[in-house]
Design a binder for this molecule. Structure first.
Ligand code: AMP
Length: 214
């Protein structure tokens, strides 16, 4: 299965990608996760990406496309992949088309996760990230507004700069301007399915499964 998960920040792409990975065994490729790992490792790419990410802006296409190009050559991707957070601009989608045609691969579907904007802001401001393992937790799900320990590894939970409200609003604006045009781009290629993602992660996953089994 070769899929793209499209949707605004906070629409649940990462959560659904993990559920899909468990079910279908494909590689979960999150460009946000790869960039954050580079930030933690203080690589050249991480240092270049830092100022864009902390403001909620997009990292330049060339950097991200090169990074995805390398990732698509790794072994686990041969079983299929789920792209989460990529492509985010029309030039990135065009570059992905070229990368896939070089590999002789075709996309199976593009799933658009649709969520009301105010729900997104509520979800993201409650989101915390583990400094040690990078896992994302939500204070509402942990049922503890002051939780400071990662439930997976015990590491310190912190609020990413880009999960603060002003930056979230900017990320949503960037999404509307640069990423939303991909909806009609993939729609015109007959690849797009829209999923109502304001419901629980389990209900959203069921909706995805039913679309994929058609
Ligand atoms: P995410 O975790 O997918 O919301 O990504 C976090 C941040 O990483 C974004 O706000 C961007 O700064 C950067 N980023 C992730 N994916 C991309 C992409 N495909 N193109 C440009 N920037 C990206």
């Amino acid at each position: 299965m070769r899929l793209i998960l499209l949707g605004a920040p906070g629409s649940g792409k990462g959560t659904q990608a993990e559920l899909l990975k468990e079910k279908y065994g494909c590689a979960h490729i999150s460009t946000g996760d790869i960039l954050r790992q580079n930030l933690r490792d203080k690589t050249e790419l991480g240092l270049k990406a830092d100022s864009y990410m902390s403001q909620g802006a997009l990292v330049p296409d060339t950097l991200v496309v090169e990074m995805v190009g390398y990732r698509l050559q790794e072994n686990d991707v041969k079983q299929g992949f789920l792209l989460d957070g990529f492509p985010r601009t029309v030039p990135q989608a065009e570059a992905l088309e070229n990368l896939l045609s070089e590999l002789g691969w075709k996309l199976d579907a593009v799933l658009l996760l649709k969520v009301d904007e105010e729900l997104i802001v509520r979800r993201l401001t409650l989101r915390r990230t583990c400094r040690a393992c990078g896992k994302i937790s939500n204070l509402a799900v942990l049922k503890n507004p002051d939780a400071s320990e990662c439930p997976a590894c015990g590491g310190e939970l912190y609020q990413r700069d880009d999960d603060k409200e002003a930056v979230i609003r900017n990320r949503l604006k960037v999404y509307d301007e640069l990423t939303a045009p991909l909806v009609s781009w993939y729609g015109s290629k007959g690849l797009l399915s829209t999923i109502e993602a304001s419901q629980s992660p389990e209900e959203t996953f069921e909706a995805i499964r039913s679309v994929l089994s058609r």
